[in-house]
Write a new protein. Structure first.
Length: 186
């Protein structure tokens, strides 16, 4: 029986390492490969979290842009003389709703905007009929932090108003502002 030189010289009588030219990997090679793989997987995992945050932020921005556009469209539906009543309205501050004459259509629009952006609470209350009517508008808990503000200033002529809608939300890009000029029909 022939014993290799490695086994004969080993104190335990076992072969050390792998014989030259034998196929396979040593334990050190496997550990290095696993370390490189672990670093790559951790890099991918961190990119996944960042990507998810960006998608969530983009979703909120899309909701805010849609809300601001709808608010401007609603303002255009009001009688020209009533548009100024919305100046200073803030969906996060119930006192600004009290400043709008309750009998006017802009009061109902302001309530609708508050309900759509953040729902009831924080000084805002809604009847069961309003909640049923606007249920499809509510953005639910995903948009609970959206806040809309309206500014109305006189335009360059007495028959125009500059209406600015700002929607703020808690993400990297914290607000969207849209503006339009509303003109009096002659």
């Amino acid at each position: 029986m022939m014993i290799s030189a490695d086994v004969q010289n080993s104190p335990t009588g076992r072969a050390r390492g792998r014989p030259a030219g034998a196929p396979g990997f040593t334990v050190v090679e496997v550990l290095i490969a696993l370390s490189v793989l672990a670093v790559a997987i951790l890099g991918i995992a961190s990119m996944t979290a960042t990507g998810h945050g960006n998608v969530d932020s983009a979703g909120r921005m899309s909701l805010a842009l849609t809300a601001a556009t709808q608010m401007l469209e609603d303002v255009r539906s009001l009688p020209f003389n009533n548009v100024s009543n919305l100046n200073g309205f803030d969906t996060g501050n119930a006192a600004t709703l009290a400043a709008i004459p309750a009998a006017n259509p802009e009061y109902t629009l302001a309530q609708k905007w508050r309900y759509a952006l953040a729902g009831p609470g924080n000084g805002f209350t809604f009847t069961a009929a309003q909640q049923a009517q606007w249920a499809s508008l509510s953005m639910g808990t995903t948009a609970a932090a959206l806040r809309g503000q309206i500014s109305v200033v006189n335009g360059a002529t007495p028959t125009t108003r500059l209406v600015t809608v700002t929607i703020t939300f808690p993400t990297r890009w914290s607000k969207i502002t849209l503006a339009t000029v509303v003109a009096q029909s002659l």
